[in-house]
Design a protein around this ligand. Sequence first.
Ligand SMILES: Nc1ncnc2c1ncn2[C@@H]1O[C@H](COP(=O)(O)OP(=O)(O)O)[C@@H](O)[C@H]1O
Ligand SMILES: [Mg+2]
Length: 394
Amino acid sequence: MGLAGGPSAAEEAELAERAARGGRLVEPAEDLDDRAAEAALRPGSLDDFVGQRAVREQLSLVLEAARRRGRAPDHVLLSGPPGLGKTTLAMIVAAELGQSLRISSGPAIQHAGDLAAVLSSLEEGEVLFVDEVHRMARPAEEMLYVAMEDFRVDVVVGKGAGATAIPLHLPPFTLVGATTRSGLLPAPLRDRFGFTGHLDFYAPDELEQVLRRSAQLLGVELTAAGGAEIARRSRGTPRIANRLLRRVRDWSQVRGTGVVDADAARAALRVYEVDELGLDRLDRSVLDALCRRFGGGPVGLSTLAVAVGEEPDTVETVAEPFLVREGLLGRTPRGRVATADGWAHLGLRPPLGAPLQATLPLGDGGDGDSQDRDDDRDDDGDDDGDDDGAAPPS
Ligand SMILES: Nc1ncnc2c1ncn2[C@@H]1O[C@H](COP(=O)(O)OP(=O)(O)O)[C@@H](O)[C@H]1O
Ligand SMILES: [Mg+2]
């Protein structure tokens, strides 16, 4: 089940479904096209990994110290939005330790037995990567606590009153967990990771560096201005930068000179409807609905999602973080509101009395976590007025 490198059937199905839903160009989640292209572009060592200086330095210390002691390092949790390099770092951890990597994911572990099978096949020192670790089933989660702390799995034999738990000892291994929603991780699980690295959006010059590296690997000629133009529209996300680079390359090969320069980038991204800030059609339609249909808010997440014909989860995890980060949309206890910059980006003037939201800073690990916890409450649909469930007008 998703072991030893290959994506699991569940992951494949999910990716296929995502691709079928129309594969947005600036969606940070990967699609099938990405998977092959990304494998070729993934940096293989910490030295090749661009940006994230703090995480890189901390992780290199953790790994080096473990290497010197000749022991498996502490378990590592990587958190942050999609496309920032969590999977890449997990692979790098294994590579730097000279160990093989076993790959699984939360959605693939729906029963404790699934996890027991994965754990009991681990060999000494191996690195187990569990992607989307917050989506594991509860009983499996509890099994994982014990495995992480005591390197033991209790295998239950028999049923009912006669059932007995037989402890199975595991060789020391390192778990690398990745999550886009660290706030959804139960505290006991979170506490069992010895090191947590929070990945943040990349600065434009870091994305330019990613693009230069990728262009070289793809054999594409990229000018400095072309790189800057693509970086600016990549939502701080290397996965998107690489994807836009491939699309601009396509454009340039068909309609341009084959070189990826600023003109090619602008023309191609106009074709793909990615605007100067990197907003795509979904982002703009969320902002547009918020301003034109709801007068700038406040409006509940699910209402907004219905208005743009998307799942609340998609609006919340894909469009919103970026709109918030760009200071175009704010989250308040009463719902989503447009900021002055949000109105301006659509070329609109806010009506008098619109509930303008001051531009919120966003980004560091602490903020992300508390934001996630708020999300958690939202998911539960409590009474913070956020999910009013009202039908949108018209
Ligand atoms: N720091 C980085 N330096 C260079 N390329 C990166 C970096 N982070 C991510 N990438 C590129 O972006 C792609 C997506 O990264 P990935 O690790 O799959 O993200 P995540 O698992 O966080 O969604 C990778 O294929 C890789 O090519
Ligand atoms: Mg990943």
